[in-house]
Design a protein around this ligand. Structure first.
Ligand SMILES: NC(=O)c1ccc[n+]([C@@H]2O[C@H](COP(=O)([O-])OP(=O)(O)OC[C@H]3O[C@@H](n4cnc5c(N)ncnc54)[C@H](OP(=O)(O)O)[C@@H]3O)[C@@H](O)[C@H]2O)c1
Length: 238
């Protein structure tokens, strides 16, 4: 896809991978609609962009996905890419894990991601083009002890992505997912420390590493599809 003047919605744009992808796509000439709960972060990021809009909100609000599409259409006239990336992580032992936090994670990582995907693809089908890119994880196909619930949310993203990809083969609509290994972001901000030592990964990826891979997936010519990419630190053995 030629990215210049394309329009992309990015969920989870207020930090980490989403913010890095916003910066990278901005360099490629993409116009952006950014969302996340932390409005001040989005407003700061918007100042760096050539053409960006922000629509802050909680992605578990069922109205937000359609509002994002409408904002893209009103501001830029079209919507070509949805990077369905907002997510959270809850891990812990049977004794320690908080089941209410787990269920909130399921609402963000699964329910909200499914709603965003569904709204995006309905729009893409109405115009017969578009690219939906979901953020999965290395644990979209594997499991860690104490991480089964988080891995389950990402297995759900893998299944959704593959089902949509099959449904949309032979159309002009692409669906893919990115599977990052450990990336140094704020997703672990409530943990005692970033889990590089805990996971024995001393040199994690940076969000910009994933942004380059996202750009690579999006920039393929129309006849090429990359349904999934696993991108991990060199020292991640899992
Ligand atoms: N970091 C890793 O090692 C890693 C590895 C594999 C996959 N991933 C996945 O990568 C994606 C991005 O995470 P990240 O690592 O970049 O972490 P991050 O820096 O914490 O970014 C997460 C983003 O999701 C947004 N978000 C979370 N809950 C939300 C909610 N209820 N409503 C709206 N937005 C919400 C956050 O925005 P607000 O807080 O402002 O709402 C933030 O912009 C996630 O899907 C994550 O599962 C991360």
């Amino acid at each position: 896809m030629e990215l210049t003047n394309k329009v992309a919605i990015i969920t989870g744009a207020s930090s980490g991978i989403g913010a890095a992808v916003a910066r990278n796509l901005n360099e490629a000439g993409v116009n952006l609609v950014l969302t996340g709960r932390r409005e001040s972060r989005l407003v700061e990021l918007k100042k760096e962009l050539n053409n960006g809009e922000v629509l802050p909100g909680d992605i578990t609000n069922p109205a937000l996905p359609d509002n994002l599409i409408q904002m893209a259409l009103q501001r830029f006239g079209h919507c070509d890419i949805v990077f369905n990336n907002a997510g959270t992580v809850v891990m812990g032992t049977i004794e320690d894990i908080d089941i209410d936090e787990v269920c909130h994670m399921v609402r963000v990582n699964v329910e909200a991601a499914y709603r965003m995907a569904h709204v995006a693809l309905k729009h893409f089908k109405s115009v017969n083009s578009g690219f939906l890119l979901n953020t999965s994880s290395i644990v979209g196909t594997k499991v860690r002890p104490t991480g089964g619930a988080y891995a389950g949310t990402k297995h759900a993203i893998e299944a959704l992505t593959e089902g949509f990809r099959m449904e949309l083969a032979k159309t002009n609509i692409a669906v893919a997912c990115i599977e990052p290994g450990l990336v140094q972001t704020e997703i672990f901000r409530d943990w005692d420390e970033f889990p590089a030592a805990q996971f024995d990964i001393p040199d994690p990826l940076q969000p910009e590493d994933i942004a380059r891979v996202v750009r690579f997936i999006l920039e393929q010519p129309d006849h090429v599809r990359i349904p999934r990419v696993l991108a991990i630190p060199a020292d991640q053995a899992l």
